[in-house]
Design a protein around this ligand. Structure first.
Ligand SMILES: [Fe+2]
Ligand SMILES: [Fe+2]
Length: 177
C-alpha cells in the first residue's frame, strides 16, 4: 500500500482541484466521525481520501477497472454512469493505491448506493461525503450535520433520504439496490 503522502500526491494529480478539495473535506469529516463513534480513524482517513479516486476516469476505463478487479455490480447499476466511480474507486484503490483492506474498499464501493448491511466505516464515509464542510448549503444539510455526531445510523438514513428527494426533484431516476 502506498503511504498516505504518496496517496495524497497521486490523488491530487488525478482529480480536479475542486474534487481534490472535496476529498480532503471528506477525509477530515470522516476522521471526526470515527472519533465520535469509536470507529477506526486510520481506515476512515484512507477511505475518505480515496472515495472519489476514480472520478476523473472515462466510463469505459471505469468499467474495465471494475471487471478487471472482479467487482460485482448490482443489477442495472452500469446504466447509472454517475454511480460507477464508487465501484471503480474500489478497483483503483486496490490496483493503483495498493489498498487490500476490505473494510476500506467496501466503504469506497458503497459511498454512492449504500448497502444492506453497512459497517460503521461504510456509514461514516457515506455521511462524510454528504456533510463535508465544502458542500454548498441545501435543505436538510444542517440537520444531517447535527445528526452525524449523535447518531450515525439515523444520519446515514437521512442522507440517503435527502439524496433520493434531490434526485426526484430534478426528475432523475433513482437507483436502489
Ligand atoms: Fe463520490
Ligand atoms: Fe465524494
Amino acid at each position: 500500500m502506498l503511504t498516505l503522502q504518496e496517496m495524497d500526491a497521486l490523488l491530487r494529480e488525478s482529480l480536479s482541484e475542486h474534487r481534490y478539495a472535496h476529498s480532503l473535506g471528506v477525509t477530515e469529516t470522516a476522521v471526526k466521525l470515527a472519533k465520535a463513534h469509536g470507529g477506526d480513524t486510520e481506515k476512515c482517513r484512507i477511505a475518505g481520501l480515496l472515495h472519489d479516486c476514480a472520478k476523473g476516469m472515462s466510463t469505459s476505463d471505469m468499467l474495465r477497472a471494475i471487471y478487471r478487479n472482479g467487482i460485482v455490480l448490482y443489477p442495472g447499476e452500469e446504466d447509472f454512469e454517475q454511480l460507477l466511480h464508487a465501484p471503480a474507486g474500489a478497483a483503483v484503490a486496490r490496483e493503483i493505491y495498493g489498498v487490500d483492506d476490505e473494510e476500506i474498499l467496501s466503504a469506497i464501493r458503497s459511498h454512492t448506493v449504500g448497502g444492506r448491511n453497512m459497517s460503521l466505516t461504510d456509514k461514516i464515509i457515506y455521511v462524510a461525503d454528504f456533510i463535508e464542510p465544502g458542500r454548498k448549503s441545501f435543505t436538510g444539510l444542517e440537520d444531517a450535520r447535527d445528526l452525524a455526531l449523535k447518531d450515525i445510523n439515523a444520519a446515514q438514513e437521512l442522507c440517503a433520504h435527502l439524496t433520493n428527494e434531490y434526485c426526484h426533484s430534478r426528475g432523475q431516476k433513482v437507483f436502489s439496490i
